[in-house]
Design a protein around this ligand. Structure first.
Ligand code: HEC
Length: 421
């Protein structure tokens, strides 16, 4: 009996194998579904990616390039090392998706039966979260000159609310999605941002690695392919009365035409009770100097959750500039066990994001968070801005560096007690 079983299995396996080899995946039934789901958020007309991946012809034409990018896992862009922390909206392809695409290309990228094509993916226009309570907008359009490459500019938007506001959701609308690479929003409760704006004249002021002042908080941000985010129930950002919001916009325009942008951020105020404030804890080291020529220079920082205060981390935002190569953040619990938070082993200043944890990470009192940032200040460093390399310290300029991670937290048991009127 046993022998018969084994033979039967072998035959079944063999038949499956033959069937698979004879019928590779086709564009119309399998590949298009992956492309709709995983690529079209950016690769469609008007979006930031340099070409569209909509039709069979679009994808077929680029198959060799796509094969490389998929195999190297450079596309879709997603920086966190898998298995080290767990995040919402991961753009990383599953092993099965990678296998399907590679098998399809290796089989000559057949179109298949058009009758099997799913309907085109429709992307919503307008505010995905519905009519906003208030829209923050750049005071005037900003023109990014042709072939300007990377431009970092901060726009000052006064709010003029007479009382504190609790903001439960923010949706960003880049004005020109071809030019806008990412947006970060900072809160200024003083007059620093306005002074910087006056000093620059015109729309906005130049800013590379930060807004140019110590912000009193933030309102998250936007990067291609990341949708507006719901806060957990009862959690909101505080926008203090009279505060100014600074929109830091990273533009990238290598094209032959000037591009004009007017980015907006829609605020949705809390409509139900708020008990916890969304806070952001910067963990940083600004007392470092990376020697010129140094290939792997480590900068560390740590922060310990204060006594008597348990917290949960909801998200994490690593930040370095052009020489950053690697950043690893861990939480060490009072019992000595270590929990990975995030690891980026191929840092790219162009692909920064606020990463939201799949589940809030408990940070009981006494937990130590460690950040290890690694910089490459050699002449061969991928994006070395200085030729020849020079010693580099903390600063906001293109040729300065930062070793910084923001951890978004809520404090357990916090009872702000804000109730809608
Ligand atoms: C989050 C946005 C985003 C997503 C999602 C995305 N791409 Fe891209 N892709 C880009 C951008 C932007 C570029 C231009 C190069 C750059 O900025 O890295 C690019 C470039 C490329 C290139 C050219 C790379 C080169 O340097 O020659 C290929 C091929 C590509 N993408 C394929 C894909 C495929 C296939 C998918 C889906 C499986 C995908 N991309 C998903 C944004 C995206």
């Amino acid at each position: 009996m046993k022998g018969v079983w084994a033979t039967g299995m072998l035959i079944a396996v063999a038949i499956c194998g033959v069937a698979q080899a004879a019928e590779p995946p086709t564009f119309s039934d399998e590949v298009v579904r992956i492309v709709q789901e995983r690529c079209q958020t950016c690769h469609r007309p008007g979006e930031h990616a340099p070409f569209s991946l909509i039709t069979y012809a679009d994808v077929y034409k680029r198959r060799a390039d796509i094969r490389d990018q998929i195999e190297w896992r450079t596309m879709p862009p997603w920086k966190p090392v898998p298995g080290f922390g767990s995040f919402l909206e991961s753009r990383r392809l599953s092993d099965a998706e990678v296998a399907t695409i590679l098998k399809w290309i290796d089989a000559g990228a057949p179109e298949g039966d058009r009758a099997k094509l799913p309907p085109p993916r429709v992307f919503p226009t307008g505010w995905a979260l519905g009519p906003p309570d208030h829209v923050l907008e750049m005071s005037a359009p900003y023109t990014v000159p042709a072939r300007a490459g990377d431009v970092y500019r901060c726009f000052v938007v006064p709010t003029n609310f007479p009382e504190d506001r609790w903001v439960s959701r923010v949706e960003y609308a880049p004005g020109d999605r071809k030019a806008v690479h990412h947006v970060l929003a900072y809160i200024d409760t003083g007059s620093a941002a306005q002074a910087l704006q006056r000093g620059a004249g015109g729309a906005g002021y130049p800013c590379f690695g930060g807004p140019g002042f110590l912000p009193a908080g933030g309102l998250g941000g936007w990067a291609p392919g990341i949708g507006p985010r719901e806060q957990p129930d009862g959690v909101a950002w505080l926008l203090p009365a009279g505060a100014t919001v600074v929109l830091q916009v990273h533009y990238n325009n290598s094209g032959p035409q000037a591009r004009t942008d007017r980015t907006q951020a829609a605020l949705y105020f809390a409509k139900s009770p708020i008990d916890k404030r969304h806070r952001s804890i910067p963990i940083l080291n600004h007392a470092f100097t990376i020697p010129a020529g140094e290939k792997r220079y480590e900068v560390r920082a740590a922060w310990t959750v204060p006594p008597g205060r348990d917290m949960h981390a909801t998200g994490i935002t690593p930040h370095m500039h052009l020489l950053g190569r690697d950043m690893k953040v861990t939480a060490t619990y009072p019992d000595g066990s270590v929990r990975p938070l995030i690891h980026i082993d191929d840092w790219d200043f162009h692909w920064q994001a606020n990463y939201t944890f799949a589940e809030p990470v408990p940070l009981p009192s006494g937990t130590r968070i460690d950040m290890v940032a690694v910089f490459d200040n050699s002449a061969e460093s991928k994006r070395q801005p200085s030729k020849p390399p020079r010693a580099v310290s903390w600063g906001e300029g293109t040729t300065d560096e930062m070793a910084l991670v923001f951890v978004s937290i809520t404090v357990d048991g916090e009872r702000i007690g804000w109730r809608p009127r």
